[in-house]
Structure formats: C-alpha cells, structure tokens
Design a protein around this ligand. Sequence first.
Ligand code: F6P
Length: 360
Amino acid sequence: MKRIAILTGGGDAPGLNAVIRAAVKIAINEYGCEVIGVRHGYDGFIEPDGLMVLDIASVRGILQRGGTILGAANRGNPFARKTIRDGEEIVEDVSDQCVAAIEKLKLDAVIVVGGDGTLKIGRELYAKGVPIVGVPKTIDNDVAGTEVTFGFDTALNIAMEALDRLHTTAESHHRVMILELMGRDAGFIALHAGVAGGADIILIPEIPFRYEKICEKVQERISSGSKFSMVAVSEGAQPEGGQQVFARGGDEVFVARLGGIGQAVGKFVESACGAETRVTVLGHIQRGGTPTAFDRWLATRYGGGAVRLAAEGRFGRMVALQDAKVIDVGLDEVLAQPKRVDVEGDAIRTARGLGISFGD
Ligand code: F6P
C-alpha cells in the first residue's frame, strides 16, 4: 500500500478529526504510506485545490477539535452534482470524472467517512472499481451493521445536559419544557438523552404519538403533585396518522430538513393541557465542539481499522463496532436497511417501566 486518500462527507460530527488523525498516523507509521486528504467530500476529487497531503504534522493537535479539517459537503454527490452552466443551474452525473481523478492519483484505497448518504455514494463508486473503505459517522446513530457510530455519544451528552438545564426552569416555574432534538428518522438521541436526562415524555419517529396522550401524562403529573414536565422530542417524531414536520423541502441534491415538531407539540400542550410551556430547539449545538472520550476512542479505533482493511485489500466494506470489537461489514449489508430504535427492545421497556410516556 503506497498511497491512500481519506474524505469526510455529509454533516460534520464530533470525532471526524480523530478518525483522520488515527488513519494518517497509522498509515504512515505502520505502512510507510502516503495519505492524501480530499477536501469537501467527494467534491475534492474534481475541484481545483481539492487535495492536500496529510503528514504527521498536519494532524497534530486535532484530536479534540470538532468539525473536520478536510471540510464536509452535504451536496457533494458526484452522481447528482449541481453546477451552473451558461447561467443555468443543472444537475449532472460527474462520477466518471471522479473515478478518472482517483485512477490518475494511483490510490490504493479511498477511506470515506460518513453517514448513509456518503456510504451509498462510496458503494456506487466501488461498483465502478474504486477501492472504497467506509467508516460510519453520524450523531443520529442510524447506520446499520454497527452498534454505534462516532459522534452519537457527544450529541447525546449535549442533549442530556440541555435537559438537565431545562429541568431547573421547569421545576421553578411549573412549566412544561420541550426540547426538540436531531436524529432524522431515528429516535436514538431523544431516547438515550431522554432516559439519561429524566424526561417524562419522549417522542420518537419509531412510535407515532397521540396528542391527547401527552396531555394525559402532563395532567397525571400535575395531579400527583409534580407541577412540571420534561419532554424530549425527536425532530422526526410524528402523530399517529399524521406527518413529519419539515423546515425546508428537499430536491435531487438536498435532502429535506426536518424541524418544527417541538413547536407543534408546545402549541398543543399550552392550549389543550392548560400548562405553561416553552420550547427549545437544540439544533446544531448537538454536532459542534469537542468530542467525548468515548467518541475520540471509537473514532481512533475506526481510523486504525479502516487503514488495516485498506492494507488487506478488503474493499466495499465498512468498519463497525460489534460486541465491543472493531470488525468489518459489507456495504451492501450496511445499506440494505437503516438502523432504527427497537421498539420492543429492553431500553424502551425499561423507559416505560420508569413511567416515561411515548405518547402512544
Ligand atoms: O444527520 C445529522 C443531522 O444533524 C440530522 O440529525 C439533522 O436532521 C441534519 O443532519 C441537519 O442537517 P443540516 O446540517 O444540513 O441542517
């Protein structure tokens, strides 16, 4: 193995720099291999100044830094790339250009660090002959084949702290405090942070809720002497027979952006349950800043695992955590279906046993 490349795609997540650092150090220290950093996701292969050499000095001091030194790109899909031609916006397939650039660089492997979108593109490029190795990243924890993605632990700790802080106001003012959390179509952040942060009601996409059930729980707490309630709402939660709430629609380049369900629930609680209510949307605070020890540890192990996979020539695969060990799984298996909260699993059963309402 003489030369490999690494890129980070999709939204940023705490731990990206830890993966880059580990991959660069291990590739150089153990394999004497050159590492090329690809800027702004797959775009770096086709854009001028899209590549940079990553040596040991270039990854010094980045372990604890959030974001990614390579930059990320939500729109960076070479199979559907938005460009302006003759003053008009067009979407074109530039994947062959991307493959040609990779071939010209004589890369022995391309490590792609990303969520399902980035990994799907990786699988398509692998089908075109590119030696792809995947690393699962996302605060949403919705990538199958692995027990956990890096970034999730940091996000859930931030969400838990937000719940702790909102708790004091809820208690002092006898209010219902609603916290809208990220996670797209998976409720992992809201479920884990909600349980860890002592939420009374947790709304997740996997369990459609009924508005009147939220009221029931709020009223039950009031009549039992607890005059406040804490609600953790996943941005993808939706009422039974209803729809998810979007802040912005999507197109062939951008995915639609969820957001607004917290306000909808807040409006209902205030008008129908007779309880003073406030809504907080935590947003990108969940993705920013320094990674937790767990995420640095996991991201570092994933970086090392990815380089070893590349050295063994095991392409079209992704590193994953199973039974506390870093193993690897085929991208086809990973992408066959997204990971969701197991609604029959022990976590939900325990939460219900604690008296937490899922609004169902
Ligand atoms: O996938 C990570 C995530 O933060 C989701 O939880 C959220 O829905 C989305 O990205 C937000 O995307 P953007 O940064 O493009 O607003």
